[in-house]
Design a protein around this ligand. Structure first.
Ligand SMILES: *Cc1c(COP(=O)(O)O)cnc(C)c1O
Length: 354
């Protein structure tokens, strides 16, 4: 594909790596392309980062037509810049697009856009272990009238934010509250799509949990409020009596790439792994009788996040003494090792930026 490049007249100063945080700073450029029902994708361009103009009736502002992805560019000790399973992001973005009646992007074009953009912005990939250049591709509907119908004009963009280590003070287990009132998604809905609307729908429960000093919500299924689904913006896994259990992808759960990678790694190492329904009663019983050995969330931002405390109704359970468990630690060390080039990539997960 042809990507036009408009050079910026003045490049920004880089931010000190210890002060990066997450998603606060942006690089010098952004990628944009337009889609029209009659011409398809066109005008692919990398231009100086800046504000965009939207018509006040733009579809995204009224009907939430928006999907996104999240992935990182990592710098290894020898300076190589690499991506982790970006083809999985390309596929998932297209699955999300199909659910929301937004246009798909050929996987090879998505990969070319990401690679070309990262190459141009390579100096923005921070150097220390745990830091990365966070990449945010997103697509939104931009018709300039209020009629409700599938979009005829759509925009795809890619922006990038140099981000600090998720664990600047070392990995600390988090406390999580099981939400039994609000639900995030239902089967047949948009739970498996990475769309902005899912986050809007989950804001209230997140707020409620924060007020009670829990960092995130553990969602139950939307029909019976009985089965464990996922944590905030992460998938969730448990070690119960030696077995690794994670909720099956039933349609209301986001199919995480970190989830998939953890499962492949655990199976390769010979663990017993089950993707199945897990009821909150079974989980509570495992907490009570001591067979819940570990619990952790998985997602691109944190990689893995150990769960130290779990609250359900008026009870609070402590998991593994509120410490990171050995399986969680192994997953963290192996995945971050592969991502930052310290551990051999035997699964062929890494794409180097040449
Ligand atoms: C992105 C996301 C995840 C994690 O997916 P990864 O591909 O592992 O980053 C989990 N749950 C939700 C709701 C998400 O949006």
């Amino acid at each position: 594909m042809e990507i036009k490049f408009v050079k910026s007249a003045n490049l920004k100063d880089k931010v000190e790596e210890s002060k990066l945080g997450f998603g606060k700073y942006f690089t010098d450029y952004m990628f944009i392309m337009d889609w029209d029902v009659n011409v398809g994708w066109h005008d692919a361009r990398i231009v100086p980062f800046g504000k965009i103009e939207l018509h006040p009736a733009s579809t995204v502002l009224h009907y939430g037509e928006e999907i996104f992805e999240g992935l990182k560019a990592y710098r290894t000790a020898d300076g190589t810049i690499q991506l982790f399973r970006p083809e999985e992001n390309a596929k998932r973005m297209n699955n999300s697009a199909l659910r929301m009646c937004l246009p798909t992007i050929p996987e090879e074009d998505f990969l070319e856009i990401v690679k070309t953009f990262v190459k141009i912005e390579e100096e923005w990939v921070p150097h220390s272990f745990g830091t990365s250049l966070y990449l945010r591709p997103f697509t939104f509907g931009d018709d300039e009238h209020l009629g409700v119908h599938t979009c005829k004009h759509v925009v795809f963009m890619l922006i990038a934010s140099p981000s600090g280590s998720y664990y600047p003070q070392g990995i600390n287990p988090v406390n999580i509250m099981i939400e039994d009132e609000d639900v995030r998604a239902v089967r047949g809905g948009t739970g498996y799509a990475k769309c902005g609307g899912n986050y809007a729908a989950s804001a209230r429960a997140g707020e409620k949990a924060m007020k009670k000093n829990y960092v995130q919500v553990l969602w139950l299924d939307g029909v019976e409020r009985k089965y464990i689904e996922e944590v905030g913006a992460m998938n969730v896994m448990f070690k119960i009596n030696g077995e690794i259990v994670t909720p099956a992808l039933t349609g209301s759960i986001l199919p995480g790439i970190t989830r998939k990678s953890c499962l492949e790694l655990l199976r390769a190492k010979g663990y017993k792994v089950s993707e199945r329904l897990l009821s909150v009663d079974e989980l509570a019983a495992a907490c009570e009788n001591g067979t819940l050995e570990e619990a952790w969330g998985t997602g691109t931002a944190a990689v893995v996040s150990p769960i130290g405390k779990l609250a359900y109704k008026d009870k609070e359970y402590i998991i593994n003494n509120n410490e990171i468990g050995s399986v969680t630690q192994m997953l963290y060390d192996t995945l971050t090792g592969i991502q930052w080039g310290k551990v051999e990539d035997t699964f062929n997960w890494v794409t180097k930026i040449q």
